[in-house]
Ligand binder design. Sequence first.
Ligand code: G1P
Length: 289
Amino acid sequence: MKIRKAVIPAAGLGTRMLPATKTVPKEMLPLVDKPVIQYIIEEAVASGIEDILIVTNRAKSAMDDYFDYYPELEHTLLRTGKDDMAHVVRGVADMANIFYVRQKETHGLGHAVCRARRFVGDEPFAVLLGDDVMMYEKPVLRQLIDAAEKFSGSAIGVQQVSDQAISSYSSVKMRPLEGRVYDVLDLNEKPTQEEKFSNYAVLGRYILTPDIFDILEKTPAGRNGEIQLTDGLAQLCKTNRMLAVDFEGRRYDTGNLKGFLEATVDFALQTPDVGPWLRDFIKEKAESL
Ligand code: G1P
């Protein structure tokens, strides 16, 4: 089972990051020197993905532009001796085969994933949520693909979160299988403390089989009146094997301000150009607080 295709739902309105996201898509906000969406695509490519579908909406054409060539800019960079940057700018457009489809109405994540049906065809595929940026040694999506291939099933990426946080995610009922891999028995979306199955939360990475489309097309609106991917997964795991991978790496929710700031600091500290400077700056600041 080779996973070649990935879907990135990126049609959300970005209401948690207003007013910055009124005209700039939240996926295009810069995390250090690259937009958030580029980190997601780099992880997909590093995991072996070749074709990527971004599910967008009418306010997000800046994303399509970003992954296009920009000859005028490249010529200017080359003419002024900035060859390295010209290659960086061109390289962004050549990272993968990127396709787009618009989610014409906002009916939730399950509905957005359904827009990928024609693109996916009858192969297993990956889903990477546009807000969930990972810092990893081995790409998180690759960790899921390895489990899906080894145990022939779909797969979801999970980590344990606090009692308070679990109500912001889907919670998973699971049984140990091998190492960091579990069998999924059930899931529910944004549970209360009474409803939660465990503190293991699904954190934005999925390997799915095309069986999910028939299920999602029949799934009624759930939490928040939206068609929830989690409700579809809860059904899929009853009939097909589904694995949960307690992945290694750190996940940042860049769709809210605190998560975005944490990611900015951590990724900047890892960036050779500014990391050492930022470390000194933070130390100096901390001493003066
Ligand atoms: C979405 C999913 C949820 C998942 C979360 C991970 O929620 O619906 O199941 O746990 O992403 O980030 P959202 O963040 O869109 O509310």
